[in-house]
Design a protein around this ligand. Structure first.
Ligand code: DMJ
Length: 495
């Protein structure tokens, strides 16, 4: 593994196994170091994020309090798991933005009203990244053991998902009954889902001293490491819970259903003190696979983008979800991996920005198709009618945050600022909240969808606030690793 160019591998760094960590039980990482230095004042752009958060929160509080998602136009709510998803996803954002009053009020709800003993089916991945991840990071930031207790409760209730013939978890768990099952139409699980729950369960083991959580998720990674059906490190999108084999072979994407597999390879390696070599090996191989099979340049601006491969045929389609990649590549480069990863990150974040800038509202659609051949009057980015919605997703601002932290180049802050203003222009609902829209190409009627996804508060606004900050200790990236829902968890052996 040392042959990977530039990889920093420090074998003497020890990441203690969870069982020997019991002395640290319930000891949060908190924000000690940051407390001792002069506070960095909040700037105008950060204040604008706080204002946006407060506006979103007002809608949630007035019309959807304690429910999963706000429907800001109909002034009501929608339920997915019935677990106050937006409230939990937003807890650590409030902490980071310094919204003490709002945080205290939300804490009361968690203490008095959040009950997991409910006959309800939840998606293992979604509830892990949003609920377990949100509770764990809030515990670390606040030091309040309430959040750890709740994290333990939901963590235990999700464990039945791993009782499958292959130990590849089912997609759904009934957290009240303790039963789990795949979706009705298949016994497959999604690859990204079963490989992007590891940061959270591993941290739960470290905090509780109970190895079972880490064992279950590590086993999934070890199994996937050995599987055939990969293409130069790129993975298919589905895996069977009975056989443990990949299914629907031959289709490779860094978008939906595969995206965070790649993100979590790197992040687990960093979380664990850069010693789990198989994770690094799989990550490095996958990035080589991306370069070999999925990278192309568009016309006329020659933007480098990540397309898809289906049975040997290249498609110039890129999900907005893929825009997590520049940030992940930059994080890897910051941690000593190949310098050309940073170069690639720089070219890809420019592309992600263009997915906003080339569109009438200045907001990216869910999916774009890039033009491979120059045609008069055509931009790089084409949008199909079915793909022109925007769900307030975070991936581009997430990557802008990493790029700014690692380069200090203010253009990344300026790009994020443009995006925030366009969210305000086209998605803000006057009575409170922000809404997904159906048509990013129509500034006079972007067609509001009447839904504010929980990740708008959990991720998008949090990454904006961090992007605009010049305080590298505001969630120091050598001490924390963000889960895929933007919940920071401690690195076990900080740099
Ligand atoms: C979030 O739940 C997470 O970021 C996940 O990794 C991808 N989808 C949404 C945001 O787009």
């Amino acid at each position: 593994i040392c042959s990977w160019r530039g990889a920093v591998i420090e074998p003497d760094q020890s990441t203690e196994p969870p069982s020997s960590k019991i002395t640290e039980l319930e000891k949060p990482s908190s924000v000690e170091a940051e407390d001792q230095k002069e506070p960095v004042p909040i700037n105008e752009r950060q204040l604008a994020v706080i204002e946006a958060f407060r506006h979103a929160w007002k809608g949630y509080k007035d019309f959807a309090w304690g429910h999963d998602e706000l429907k800001p136009l109909s002034k009501s709510y929608s339920e997915w798991f019935g677990l106050g998803l937006t409230l939990i996803d937003a807890l650590d954002t409030m902490w980071i933005l310094g919204l003490k009053e709002e945080f205290e009020e939300a804490r009361k709800w968690v203490a008095n009203d959040l009950v997991f003993d409910k006959n309800v089916d939840v998606n293992l991945f979604e509830s892990t990244i949003r609920i377990l991840g949100g509770l764990l990071s809030t515990y670390h930031l606040s030091g309040d053991s309430l959040f750890l207790e709740k994290a333990k409760d939901i963590g235990n209730r999700l464990m039945p998902a791993f009782k499958t013939p292959s130990k590849i978890p089912y997609s759904d768990v009934n957290i009240g009954r303790g039963t789990a099952h795949p979706p009705r139409w298949t016994s497959d699980s999604t690859v990204a889902e079963v490989t992007s729950i590891q940061l959270e369960f591993r941290e739960l083991s470290r905090l509780t001293g109970d190895e079972k959580f880490q064992k279950a998720v590590d086993e999934v990674m070890k199994h996937v490491h050995t599987l055939s059906g990969k293409n130069d490190g790129l993975v298919p999108m589905f895996i069977n819970t009975n056989s443990g084999q990949f299914t629907h072979l031959g289709v490779y994407t860094l978008g939906a259903r595969a995206d965070s597999y790649y993100e979590y390879l790197l992040k687990q390696w960093i979380q664990g003190g850069k010693k789990e070599n198989e994770l690094l090996e799989d990550y490095m191989r996958a990035i080589e696979g991306v370069k070999k099979h999925l990278l192309q340049r568009s016309e006329p601006k020659k933007l480098t983008f990540v397309g898809e491969l289906a049975h040997g045929h290249f498609s110039a389609k890129m999900d907005h979800l893929v825009c997590f990649l520049p940030g992940t590549l930059a994080l890897g480069a910051h941690n000593g991996l190949a310098a050309d990863h940073m170069k690639l990150a720089e070219t890809l974040i420019e592309t992600c920005y263009q997915m906003y800038a080339q569109v009438e509202t200045g907001l990216s659609p869910e999916i774009v198709h890039f033009n491979l051949h120059a045609q008069k009057g055509h931009k790089d980015v084409e949008i199909k009618p079915a793909d022109r919605h925007n769900l307030l997703r975070p991936e581009t601002v997430e990557s802008l945050f990493y790029m700014y932290r690692f380069t200090g180049d203010k253009k990344y802050q300026d790009w994020g600022w443009e995006i925030l203003q366009n969210f305000n222009r086209y998605t803000r609902v006057p009575t409170g909240g922000y809404t997904s829209i159906n048509n990013v190409q129509n500034p006079s009627n972007p067609e509001p969808r009447d839904k504010m996804e929980s990740f708008f508060l959990g991720e998008t606004l949090k990454y904006m606030f961090l992007l605009f900050s010049d305080d590298i200790d505001l969630i120091n990236l050598d001490k924390y690793i963000f889960n895929t829902e933007a919940h920071p968890l401690p690195i076990w052996v900080p740099a």
